[in-house]
Design a protein around this ligand. Structure first.
Ligand code: LAN
Length: 662
């Protein structure tokens, strides 16, 4: 191979490792922006308004600037900046802008309003928008499908018990059901709310026939149409709404409150995600305005606000610190094998200490009563305080611990704790051989027919995912050669073998006709294929395996003419590869990582990918922001800002190391 290219790559690795080391936090982690979903900030603004706690003027202005920045060319707001408009996000964005003091006569406001009117007003918003509007006093609960609180009183074995839902759906349904059960809404005598009622609708608010609009939805908001099963259940539940004895409703609401308070307590007030963080706080407000729970809930929401840039946005999680740090370690470790990175080694040492501190040490109190699975030994996506362990975060943390170079004394968790992590990984595996996100699956796929959200796909149960499975296979294989309890004749070695075999079968079944793998949490086929190939190889499949061959051929078919890879967010929504207009360094890095690890570092396509990565560097040797690489539930995009800092670096190092090994 061309020596000149190799030298350039070595220089780039040195630069990249230096930049990464420089942006490390004092605690050894990396903390990057994690925004993207446009409905989050408006929900937060709505909460502050309803509870009479508007954000201070300077901060409000910065939030306003953020919301204005996500308005698209046609005047609408999509689920993510640049995405096709939805009534849901356009309406919430409009309301938030007004609550933050924006003038309704401003050009962008008139255009946004016109777009909302043209697409049917909030009466045709996806259900998620309607619920938030109800709390503000801009929609009426009669116009919603029931969010029946009594489902939480069902016996545990009931097929419709909410404990069976994916934890995010479950934890969001909790406060939503409480708000619905109480018909909780801000007092309607607010001048701004009165003005908004007139601005949003094209007929007088008082004359709207709410019940008739329960299922009304604009085509742009109807990604997952309500099913016949859902409508039938809704009809039954509407009868229940008329009959439910007050005493029973009271009991149900009290139970919801216990679950809401528990979630607040065991997550150090962070809650599992931004949506239940806002909605739980809203519930606290309606229970006891200005009370302790409300005040703490509101304060802790600051963790979700990204305040390090000119505008303020709400993040999709309290942070992605553990996830970013685990990958940064793997990238730096690969870089350290390629060149002497100096500062990189110190960074790895500090990062491993951070990772060590984030491992969950205790089980939760009364966890079964609150439908929580074991947590001890696991790692969360952000920090230990958050406390919800995740399969692939646990796996990537383990892999980082195993691969971190020269970790030094005291920086690696005690082997006993690593074994706990492995046991947790083993217990997480789904019956289909794949790994879910947070919890072993508890409900049938048929529950998806009851998905009430309209705008999100595949949210009802904790499915097995290609990425989670691949991460777990990687960690388990590494554990089997490093932890005595699980290696060779160790008592647990059979457990890992069995789990890896079933996981491998799951990955094989997930391969598409075209050879690619669809990712669920990154955009999308490049992401899924990188994870899958990494998992296949970790499970002992050789690079010459037909499955790996087909996956590589698939990636080659996606390469752009300039040597890059790049997919549009639409890949996720439409579920077929859609190229982005410009190549992206992060996606090119995933493709190069795949090809290099699968014995194709010499392949001209891989070399051109490397050249593209070199050409994309900014003057300081880093990479600029380049659009969305992360996704959830098919329609919402996330900016994983850390990705540009470590994936290109990792890819260059992996390519270099593969050539050196050859
Ligand atoms: C995340 C963030 C991390 C992500 C990975 C670990 C990267 C992934 O491999 C597994 C799934 C997981 C944990 C994940 C699931 C869905 C989340 C929590 C998010 C994408 C961040 C935000 C999203 C959450 C559902 C947003 C809240 C919105 C609702 C519709 C409830």
């Amino acid at each position: 191979m061309d020596d000149e290219l190799r030298e350039q790559v070595q220089a780039a690795i040195l630069d990249g490792a230096g930049i990464l080391a420089k942006c490390q936090e004092d605690d050894g982690s990396w903390h990057f922006a994690y925004g993207g979903a446009t409905f989050l900030l408006p929900m937060y603004v709505a909460l502050r308004h309803v509870s009479g706690q508007p954000a201070p003027a300077v901060r409000a202005a910065r939030m306003r600037d953020h919301l204005i920045s996500v308005i698209g060319d046609d005047g609408s707001i999509g689920m993510y900046a640049g995405g096709p408009g939805t009534v849901f996000t356009s309406t919430l964005g409009y309301v938030a802008l007004r609550l933050l003091g924006e003038d309704p006569a401003a050009g962008h406001m008139t255009r946004l309003r016109a777009w909302i009117h043209e697409h049917g007003t909030p009466l045709r918003s996806a259900s998620w928008g309607k619920i938030v509007l109800c709390a503000v006093g801009l929609y009426e609960y009669r116009g919603l499908h029931p969010l029946t609180p009594e489902s939480w009183l069902l016996p545990r074995w009931a097929p419709l018990h909410p404990r069976r839902l994916w934890c995010h759906a479950r934890q969001v349904y909790l406060p939503m059901a409480w708000l619905y059960g109480r018909r909780a809404a801000a007092a309607g005598d607010d001048g701004l709310v009165r003005a908004l009622r007139a601005e949003l609708y094209t007929e007088p608010y008082e004359r709207i026939g709410w019940a008739a609009h329960r299922s009304a939805v604009a085509p742009c908001d109807n990604y997952r149409p309500l099913t016949v099963v859902f409508r039938t259940l809704s009809a039954v539940l509407r009868v229940w709404e008329r009959l439910v004895p007050r005493r029973v409703r009271g009991r149900a609401l009290a139970r919801l409150e216990r679950h809401i308070d528990y979630e607040d307590e065991v997550t150090g007030g962070l809650r599992i995600g931004p949506v239940n963080a806002v909605l739980n706080t809203l519930v606290h407000h309606f229970r006891e305005p200005g009370g302790d729970r409300f005040r703490t809930g509101l304060e802790r929401l600051d963790a979700y606000l990204w305040d390090r840039e000119t505008t303020i946005d709400m993040q999709c999680y309290n942070s992605s610190q553990l996830w970013d740090t685990a990958f940064a370690v793997q990238a730096l470790a690969a870089a350290g094998r390629a060149v002497d990175t100096g500062a990189g080694n110190d960074a790895v040492r500090a990062a491993l200490r951070f990772i060590d501190c984030q491992q969950i040490r205790e089980e939760l109190p009364e966890r079964e009563r609150f439908h929580r699975d074991p947590s001890r030994g696991g790692w969360p996506f952000s920090t230990r305080a958050h406390g919800w362990p995740i399969s692939d975060c646990t796996a990537e943390a383990l892999t980082a611990v195993f691969h971190g170079r020269n970790p030094g004394p005291g920086s690696t968790p005690h082997p006993g704790r690593l074994e706990e992590a492995v046991r947790l990984l083993l217990a997480w595996q789904n019956p289909d051989g794949g790994w879910p996100t947070y919890e072993r699956v508890r409900g049938g796929r048929w529950l998806e027919r009851l998905n009430p959200s309209q705008v999100f796909g595949d949210i009802m149960v904790d499915y097995s995912h290609v990425e989670c499975t691949a991460s777990c296979l990687q960690a388990l294989s590494a554990a089997s050669s490093r932890l005595p309890a699980f290696s060779g004749s160790g008592p647990g070695s059979g457990d890992i073998d069995r789990a890896v075999r079933a996981g491998l079968a799951f990955l094989r079944r997930s391969q598409r006709e075209d050879g690619g793998f669809e990712g669920n949490w990154g955009v999308c086929f490049t992401y899924g294929t990188w994870f899958a190939v990494r998992g296949l190889l970790a499970a002992g499949v050789p690079p010459t395996d037909p499955g790996v061959e087909r996956a590589c051929a698939f990636l080659l078919s996606l390469q752009h003419t300039d040597g890059s890879w790049g997919e549009s967010p639409l890949s996720c929504t439409l579920r077929r590869p859609v190229p982005s207009p410009e190549g992206k360094a992060v996606m090119t890095a995933w493709a190069v990582l795949t090809l290099a690890s699968a014995g194709r570092a010499h392949h001209p396509a891989c070399v051109r990918g490397v050249e593209f990565l070199l050409s994309r560097r900014t003057a300081d040797g880093g990479y600029g922001r380049e659009g969305f690489a992360g996704v959830f539930n098919r329609t919402s995009m996330i900016n994983y800002d850390g990705y540009r800092h470590y994936f290109p670096l990792w890819a260059l190092a992996a390519w270099h190391n593969a050539l050196s090994a050859a």
